[in-house]
Design a protein around this ligand. Sequence first.
Ligand SMILES: *Cc1c(COP(=O)(O)O)cnc(C)c1O
Length: 327
Amino acid sequence: MPIISIKDILEAKYRIANVVHHTPLVRSESLSSMAGVELFLKAENFQKTGSFKIRGACNKIFAIPREEGAKGIITASSGNHGQAVAYACRIFGYEATVIMPEGGSPAKAASIEAYGAKLIYCGTTSEERIGLAKKICRERGLTFIPPYDDPFVMAGQGTTGIEIIEDIDEVAAVLVPTGGCGLISGIATAIKEQKTGIAVFGVEPEGSNSTSMSFRAGKRTALDRIETVADGIKTTIPGELTFPLVQRYVDDMFTVTDDDILHAQFLILERCKMLAEPTGAVSVAAVLSGVLPEKFRGKKIVAVVSGGNMAIPQLADYLKKFCQSRH
Ligand SMILES: *Cc1c(COP(=O)(O)O)cnc(C)c1O
């Protein structure tokens, strides 16, 4: 039995409806003509906290009994998941603790603190941070919220897929940026268990392709080195709970280069006036680089733009380099 089903996702949608935005599907004329498909962007960069991660965090926190939640919540991610957990805890009135890496981004620290969460700095690897989180959970009875390997988190992320099906008919394929596979396992379950006939594809950077490797090998396979601009999906191995759903429901996995990703991020800004973070632009990068099989030509394609959180000075830096390289 798979760990989640469409029923869990529909329940999640109902539960989190008052907290999350139903984000728009943005049709882009000029990206469509570049790609030779009819392209729609699922704009999760406009989501509360700037990424889809609030969907899963919120669904998980709803599922925790009040007396447990009141003891406090902890997570080890300093990125979009950390921000989502901090925001959701503020709504529930729970104390949130986020464990950051030593020397982690001051912009992210400030945003997590602005949502009222406490920060603890620890080590540089995620193993060190997760180790500390588990220790604090044991000692102080806090509840740990995993970034993807959790049925409530996965079902929450899957609500993105329900919205796509509700908003547009005759979609041929949905492309999803893929890290630990919480987002794609949820979306693929929503789409395939409703028998929509829509293809679901995962997209990874070439330098962080553990799910593609695992998908081809037919078993979870770890990378020992990761190198990509897409800092939200630097995962060395797909999740234990998420990966079986990827195997069951995902049609194929594609990879893109860092250049493809930055180019897509630039075009999303220039043509659609939307700010995607590099990780959020990975799905659009795949469509523009022509990875889709011929049968999708001219068809309606949805690229999930999964997030838009990025420090503006870093964006300015990218844009300057990008514009120079074009001249
Ligand atoms: C976390 C994240 C992803 C990947 O989600 P997984 O559930 O880990 O596969 C993609 N895009 C953005 C912007 C993210 O924050």
